[in-house]
Design a protein around this ligand. Structure first.
Ligand SMILES: Cc1cc2nc3c(=O)[nH]c(=O)nc-3n(C[C@H](O)[C@H](O)[C@H](O)COP(=O)(O)OP(=O)(O)OC[C@H]3O[C@@H](n4cnc5c(N)ncnc54)[C@H](O)[C@@H]3O)c2cc1C
Length: 453
């Protein structure tokens, strides 16, 4: 019986563990995690802090009893500190300081990512927060509950910063969002980011862009967040959300090579450079399906799939991860922004001849009450007509998320933009049009391609 050891108990780790047990009920599976929250949805943390999800326990995809019912041994509060590939051993230290050595036949590293710490002076303090782990969310929540802060500054206008601007406004705070780039949500084109900014300002969030924060200064009346260009924003609490970096320290003790973005180098079977060790999730690089090269794109969706593939391969299969497209969606107050695939710059850098066309379109037939406009941008290759990427921003009711998934599915299958128009999509007047908005945007892209040559 093979001894399967998994370090990390979140999306990638649990997906691997469940897949192994699904395929081989006799396999001996142990999952070790540094904290006490196996299989929790950290994607839900902003909604716990906002109060929309009241009980943190509800964030568990499965509780520990359910996991153990699958005959998966779970070791909570044990941090793996070193991997010795020769005797095939991992050294663990428990929260109360005890050292344990544990052997393995096959090992998965699924240690995730850590909050990036930007070079800002004064980042430490009881009122300055990062958001990655359950413990981070408990710290933010109890600070708010006990101190009733009125003013919050969020550093970083990516999807976590945006969700937290929504969450902290929900908690009654005056929120300022500070972003180094010229526009928020830099994973989308600035034209789309501007729409999200408009939503933020309409909800009284102050948005400061194009300015680098250089220091958080502690004064008698609270914190002051200072930018290089002289903006000084007072705050009672600060949340730093400037991205994630792969947690690779453990993998490096095994001598595992690092790849794109400093993440663990894996091939498409999720095997690392070290024998009998796999890696999956935010700690590892990912295969980009359109670029056909490795990239670093830490997302829960990818972590689940990579973990599942790794689990199969730990049992001896040779399955390949089919690739990421970076498909992403975020709700900011009443607007939703989503993207998949490439945008102009990335596409041009990869040797494509990108053409991007934008269309504002009603989500369903206007004669039926409640129709709302959404904006769809399609990027395709002007020479071959191949679909390369898409972005959508629209009110929550316009099904942005599921419409971006149509594009993601088409991208997965290497379809042309024109091919989208041939899809047999559903229609009823309260929900769509005979040509779905996705198809209207595709027709528009084809017209633009003809006109622009
Ligand atoms: C606030 C927030 C919102 C998000 N929202 C979304 C979203 O809406 N959609 C989306 O797709 N993605 C989202 N993400 C990203 C998503 O949560 C991650 O991509 C996903 O959690 C990665 O899973 P993972 O298993 O690779 O790693 P992680 O979730 O980072 O888990 C790592 C695991 O490893 C354990 N660990 C780490 N080091 C050690 C060690 N040395 N020894 C033992 N155990 C260790 C940890 O305890 C943990 O169990 C969000 C992330 C955050 C922080």
């Amino acid at each position: 019986m093979k001894n399967m050891l998994i370090i990390g108990g979140s999306d990638a780790g649990i997906s691997a563990a469940l897949r192994i047990k699904e395929l081989d009920a006799q396999a001996d599976v142990t999952m070790v995690l540094a904290d006490a929250y196996p299989n929790f949805s950290i994607c839900g943390l902003p909604f716990y802090i906002s109060g929309e999800v009241q009980d943190w326990r509800a964030l568990a995809h499965r509780n520990i009893d359910e996991i153990e019912k699958h005959d998966i041994r779970v070791l909570l509060d044990h941090r793996a500190e070193a991997i010795l590939p020769e005797p095939k051993q991992v050294h663990l230290v428990s929260a109360d300081g005890h050292y344990i050595e544990i052997g393995y036949d096959k090992l998965l590293i699924a240690t995730g990512a850590e909050s990036a710490k930007p070079p800002i002076k004064g980042l430490d303090g009881p009122d300055i927060f990062f958001l990655r782990w359950m413990a981070d969310s408990f710290a933010v929540k109890s600070f708010i509950d006990q101190n009733h802060p009125r003013r919050a500054v969020i550093i970083g206008g990516g999807y976590i910063g945006l969700e937290m601007a929504d969450a902290l406004t929900h908690r009654g705070m005056a929120v300022t969002l500070m972003e180094f780039a010229p526009e928020v949500m830099t994973t989308l084109d600035p034209e789309m980011g501007r729409r999200i900014r408009a939503e933020l300002t309409s909800k009284n969030v102050r948005v400061v862009t194009g300015q680098a924060v250089q220091a958080i200064v502690r004064t008698q009346s609270g914190l002051v967040v200072e930018t290089v260009s002289g903006d000084a924003q007072p705050a009672d609490m600060v949340l730093v959300a400037t991205g994630a970096k792969p947690a690779t320290a453990l993998a490096q003790t095994a001598g595992s090579d690092l790849g794109v973005g400093g993440a663990i180098k894996v091939d498409r079977t999720m095997a690392t450079s070290v024998n009998d060790i796999w890696a999956a999730g935010d700690c590892a690089q990912t295969w980009h399906r359109v670029l056909e090269q490795y990239a670093y794109m830490p997302l829960g969706t990818t972590a689940h799939k990579q973990g599942r593939v790794a689990g199969e391969n730990m049992l001896g299969a040779k399955r390949e991860f089919q690739g990421s497209l970076g498909t992403q969606v975020v709700k900011v107050f009443n607007q939703v922004a989503a993207g998949t695939g490439l945008r102009d710059k990335g596409a041009a850098a990869a040797g494509f001849a990108p053409l991007t066309a934008e269309l504002s379109v009603w989500d369903h037939k206007v004669y039926y009450p409640g129709a709302k406009q959404m904006v769809i941008r399609i990027t395709g290759d002007r020479q071959t007509g191949r679909l390369l990427g898409a972005q959508i921003v629209g009110p929550r009711e316009t099904e942005v998320s599921k419409r971006i998934d149509i594009f993601a599915t088409a991208l997965y299958h290497g379809m042309s933009v024109e091919g989208l128009c041939d899809l047999d999509l559903s229609y009823t007047p309260p929900l769509s049009s005979p040509w779905d908005p996705v198809q209207m945007a595709a027709l528009h892209w084809c017209d633009e391609r003809k006109q622009r040559g």
